[in-house]
Design a protein around this ligand. Sequence first.
Ligand code: ADP
Ligand code: MG
Length: 479
Amino acid sequence: MEYEIVVGLEVHVQLSTASKAFCADAATYGAAPNTQVSTISMAHPGTLPRINEKVIEYAVRLGLALGCEITRDTRFDRKNYFYADLPKGFQTTQDSHPICVGGGLDIQIDGKTKHVRLHHIHLEEDAGKSIHDIDPRHSLIDLNRAGVPLLEIVTEPDLRSPEEAYEFITELRQIVRYLDISDGNMQEGSIRCDCNVSLRPMGETKLGTRCEIKNVNSMRNAKRAIAYEAKRQQGILEKGGTIDQETRSFDAQAGHTNNVLRTKENAHDYRYFPEPDLPPVVLTEEYIEQVRANMPKLPNEIQQELMTTYSLSEYDVKVLLEDKEMVDFYTQITQHTSNYKAAANWLNNVIKSYLNENNLPVNDFKISPKSIAALIQLVDDNKVSNAAASQKIFPELVKQPDTAPLQLATQLNLIQDSNEDSIEGIIDEILAKFPDKVAAYRKGKKGLLGMFMGQVMKASGGKVNPKVANQLLRDKLET
Ligand code: ADP
Ligand code: MG
């Protein structure tokens, strides 16, 4: 029997606010353990949480970008459970009145657009971190993360393959980065997701029993986890078994999912109840319109702009858009050159490979946009070949970003000879050396042109401008 994979995602996005969701503790990543923890993060008696206004603004931004309905009267709830890295004994979250409802996100799959509906988006806080691999006898707890704001984006079960889930997370990550509400940094755990997976016979409309894979930390792992899980479930169903609704974890090293806890029968009872210490947050029309008016531009908006302003192809723009900083760098180059296509090529090829190979973010790229524009100019002026610019000058420019490209080209002896007189001299010598080949060419063996070009390049040490040389050669051979 053929089965259809059904996936719903719960994606947690860490917001890039300076402070935590309900107190003034810093929310920055990477500080020494337990240095960003006040009595409020720990809910000591007598302390009162207060909502960080930025958190609301960021949530509304995302809700507007994804076409959600913004809840005018949004509230917080307590989700009670006991765990060592949850100092309060409950997580402040939203259950009954999430800040955004409905909406959706378009993904591109096999060249087609697919709309993935959202169920809702709610605000919550992160828990602390338990560290089990430093001390052989004890688990260590770092509470810096406790209270850091998260948005949980919950989809409808609309995804149909591991690839669609991958695309969804990729698109969502791009949007939160463009909206400036999260750094989207996967290594630092800024985006994590729970993947709900079930199977059903092809054509069946009722949903099958699902398993939830908790805390997957990258789109690649989400794809792997879902693919594995679908196979596992298929194996059970094909043997006539049934799926237990359970929570599983993904072992990225081994590439499989394991049952961790909670089958449906002994599911947690979180005893949700309204958080008494936080008042409802009432959002006025004016407030929402103000957030809308201050929204950063979204990728598809920028795509249109880049395509019209710089006449770039959709493909070139899409590659640029993968990284917001790339787009900024691109527009800076265009202030110094009008060869927009070349600027896109440089960024999407040479510069991108360099950054990838060295694992560098665009912001750490040392060469200025102006220097890249100067490099483009050298090629356009036929002073250096494209190959020399990308393979010889560029690597040197990385080492000496403050040196002018022209100076490097001169130092490296790469300036091409475009002077017709001197090129003609070389050509004449070559033609004199191969009189029989010249005769053969004139009798119709046009394929010999390549041989002559090779000789000219060799005689000049590769420094004549090939375009000019090629034209001159033809002129001479054809007369
Ligand atoms: P919970 O809050 O208990 O995790 P929800 O019913 O709110 O459960 O669903 C959470 C996620 O699971 C949503 O993304 C939803 O789309 C997805 N989901 C629900 N049922 C299924 C199913 N049968 N197969 C796949 N995904 C599902
Ligand atoms: Mg869930």
